[in-house]
Design a protein around this ligand. Structure first.
Ligand code: BGC
Length: 750
């Protein structure tokens, strides 16, 4: 039975892999983690365990220094020995993990192996670009590879479980955590979340280099009001199902072993105690059979949320919502026993929830060998291997987005003299971004080092700090610029301004950096901005002064190499934005797949002279750069769109094709995107929705015919009666290089 489950898993993975942008089969989750052999082992083990020991399996302690919340676990060793703590996150060293595992295996009564987890968010030692950057590559096979490399490195250090992928859709760049996600689009987000699960978990969870994925933050965390972290979320179930749910669902359908609750409330009930989310939706509708962990002290936080009068009631809410594991909050540890004894929580619930955790420990192979992830020999050579660094460099350059390139200023010939200026130019730590817990700045290739290898005459001066002057900083910068042919100016936001608890109300470059740009502009030298950020920014001031802008994100360990590949032209940039860049923070939240409204204006270029339309008085609705946008050193033209099989019946597939031609002088990659619009529905429909994309390599002058399959699933949505499915009617379809694509056709569903 176990074998056949694994075969099924393998088949599903392979079918997904062969067609990059195809999603896992809807409902596939129901087939995972149902093997009888494990269930029998779990049932036998449960019979031997005391209530306290069962509760211990529902407790997750934090290692020292792993604090992203207000509490820290104390006296861990003692609890492990007593069987009261079965899971640990964030041990700092392998030796520490081995010591804790030994305590469990040698000193505890039941000898149940401890599960070790960690936030491996965009790499373990080899740090890949920040996740929003990764998503801008739209490169599903390479994203899967990145997760695989992360799992290989993390597992060698004793990590068996990562708290990733973060699947939260967001339209709000004020929210610092947009850096951890894959942007604003449910379709692309779904492709990426599934790829990451496949990469982490591999074909077999018990393989020594596979780790469990954790889909987070369930659910709708990306919609926190006003972009303020941990804030309230309030939306219709319809919006939730159409826009926010898909990436979580797809990760679960790809076989994710675990899910993490979110801090926010959903429909008035914090996610961690929300029966609709956890039981009705995740368990029943999506068929999730793994285990659910809370976010950091999220059970305790139900008290200040005002849904539980004390932590005992909070624990009761969470456990009765089917939440298996309490992250660091100690509420299960302290209150569950009493809740069972007083009949508020049933013994069968405890057995079920504990059994789901134990089942995963079996599937990881921990009962066969509790030390399987603790191989000191492997540990010594596991990191920064050439394969990992190559994958990292490749994804870093594929993630960079060329936003502006007046007069083809980039690439820069090798004989030109470059002045590299700005606070990020020679800063290794900044390259790694936030959530680089195990990353080591000393291994990161700074921009300066990468460029120096290719442009030996390059000069460097810092100019200013992130938010303040340095003595004579501007003066030296101007001198360096004057003595150069071209200025590469690094501007942006320090890494601590992104990630968790890093919400902002301004999306502008800090003032001192902008003033440096103004000063350098006066030299008359051509200026290329290298933008370092983990969120969309308001660049309306800067693009007027700069000739070119390359969005580098926080590119990771291989930052300097990847940048040099692009600056020299060895690699032609191909990244495309996965979050809209607004003209001003006042347009936020902003996204491309909006509704038309009854008084439409502007989004897709239709201007109206009528004041009483849906618009601002003094600012257009259009963003600075739309979703899907990104330039190349060459140009692409789309033509000859055709629709095959039109009209179709409900349940049929449709083929839409177009030709893309590389009309420039350089070879390059293009990310071709397909959008649809359902013109009339039982509920209003978005003006555009991404339903397919393909990455193609085209030699200069070459053309390729691209064929997209539109499936019934692509056309389905949450209909007027809340059922999921297609509707009859007229559709528009576009194929092109961004969400403003103009090559258009139409089709009918009868
Ligand atoms: C974050 C999670 C993270 C957890 C453990 C929380 O504060 O919201 O994303 O996995 O801490 O570090």
């Amino acid at each position: 039975m176990k074998k056949s489950i694994e075969c099924l898993f393998l088949l599903l993975c392979l079918s997904v892999f062969s067609e990059a942008q195809t999603l896992p089969k809807r409902g596939a989750a129901k087939n995972f983690y149902q093997d009888q052999a494990t269930k029998i082992k779990v049932a036998n083990l449960l019979k031997k365990m005391t209530l306290e020991e069962k509760i211990g399996q529902l407790v997750l302690f934090a290692g020292k220094g792993m604090i992203t919340g207000p509490s820290e676990s104390q006296n861990m060793d003692e609890y492990v020995v007593k069987g009261l703590c079965g899971n640990v996150f964030g041990t700092k060293t392998l030796a520490d993990a081995i010591r804790i595992q030994k305590l469990a295996m040698e000193k505890s009564r039941m000898k149940i192996p401890v599960l070790f987890g960690l936030d491996v968010i965009h790499g373990f030692k080899t740090i890949f670009p920040t996740n929003l950057g990764i998503s801008s590559s739209w490169d599903i096979p390479e994203i899967e590879k990145f997760a695989q490399v992360s799992a290989t490195e993390a597992s060698a250090a004793g990590v068996m479980w990562t708290y990733s992928p973060m699947c939260d859709i967001s339209y709000d760049p004020r929210w610092g955590r947009v850096s951890e996600g894959s942007g604003e689009d449910p379709f692309l987000g779904s492709c990426i979340s599934a790829a990451m699960v496949r990469g982490y978990q591999g074909k077999n969870l018990a393989a020594p280099n596979s780790i469990m994925a954790c889909v987070k933050h369930f659910a709708a965390y990306g919609a926190v009001q006003a972009g303020r972290d941990y804030n309230t979320v309030d939306m219709s179930e319809r919006a939730f199902r159409d826009y926010y749910l898909p990436p979580y669902r797809s990760a679960v359908d790809a076989g994710a072993a675990t899910v993490m609750t979110s801090f926010n409330e959903y429909d008035g009930v914090p996610a961690t105690g929300n029966k609709f989310l956890m039981k009705k939706l995740l368990r029943k509708e999506l068929g999730f059979n793994g285990f659910i962990v809370t976010d950091f002290s999220a059970i305790n936080e139900m008290v200040p949320h005002g849904i539980a009068k004390d932590e005992t009631s909070a624990a009761e809410l969470a456990i009765n919502a089917g939440v298996n594991m309490d992250m660091v909050g100690n509420t299960y540890l302290l209150h569950l026993k009493k809740l069972v004894q007083t009949g508020k929580v049933s013994m069968s619930a405890i057995n079920k929830l504990c059994g789901e955790v134990l089942g995963m420990k079996y599937r990881l192979g921990l009962f066969d060998d509790p030390y399987r992830y603790f191989n000191e020999e492997r540990f010594k050579t596991a990191f920064y291997k050439p394969e990992a660094l190559d994958a990292c460099r490749s994804l870093a350059r594929k993630s960079m987005v060329l936003l502006q390139n007046n007069n083809n200023l980039l690439p820069i010939p090798l004989n030109k003299k470059i002045a590299l200026i700005g606070p990020f130019a020679d800063n290794q730590r900044e390259m790694l971004g936030s959530w680089a817990i195990s990353g080591e700045a000393k291994h990161a290739v700074a921009f300066l080092s990468g460029l120096q290898k290719r442009y030996p005459t390059i000069t460097y001066t810092q100019g200013c700090k992130f938010t303040s002057e340095i003595p004579n900083g501007f003066e030296y910068a101007v001198k360096a610029a004057e003595q150069s042919d071209v200025v590469l100016l690094t501007l942006g936001l320090p890494y601590e301004w992104s990630g968790e608890a890093a919400s902002l109300t301004s999306l502008q470059i800090p003032d001192i950096q902008y003033r440096l740009l103004e000063k350098l502009k006066q030299t008359g030298k051509p200026i290329i901005i290298l933008l370092v950020t983990a969120r969309p920014m308001d660049l309306s001031r800067e693009i007027k002064l700069a000739d070119a802008v390359l969005l580098t994100w926080q590119p990771g360990t291989m930052a300097g190499e990847a940048l040099a590949d692009i600056v020299t032209g060895d690699f032609n940039p191909s990244g495309k934005l996965t979050m809209t860049f607004p003209l001003t923070v006042g347009q936020v939240p902003i996204h491309y797949n909006v509704k038309n409204t009854g008084r439409p204006e502007g989004i897709l270029g239709t201007k109206s002279s009528n004041k009483y339309t849906s618009r601002y008085l003094f600012t257009p609705n259009n963003p600075l750069y739309p979703f899907g946008y990104g330039l190349s050193y060459t140009t692409f033209d789309y033509h000859d769109i055709s629709v095959e099989g039109n009209p179709i019946k409900i349940g049929d597939r449709l083929k839409v094709s177009a030709t893309v031609t590389n009309t420039g002088l350089k070879d390059g990659d293009e990310i071709a995107q397909l959008y649809i619009r359902d013109l009339v529905g039982s509920v209003t429909r978005p003006v555009r929705e991404l339903k397919g994309f393909q990455k193609v390599h085209l030699h200069a002058g070459e053309s390729k015919r691209l064929v997209f399959n539109i499936t019934p699933d692509n056309l389905s949505f949450c209909r007027g009666d809340m059922s999921f499915g297609e509707e009859r009617g007229n559709y528009h379809v576009w194929i092109g290089g961004d969400s403003n694509a103009t090559l258009e056709s139409s089709f009918i569903v009868r």
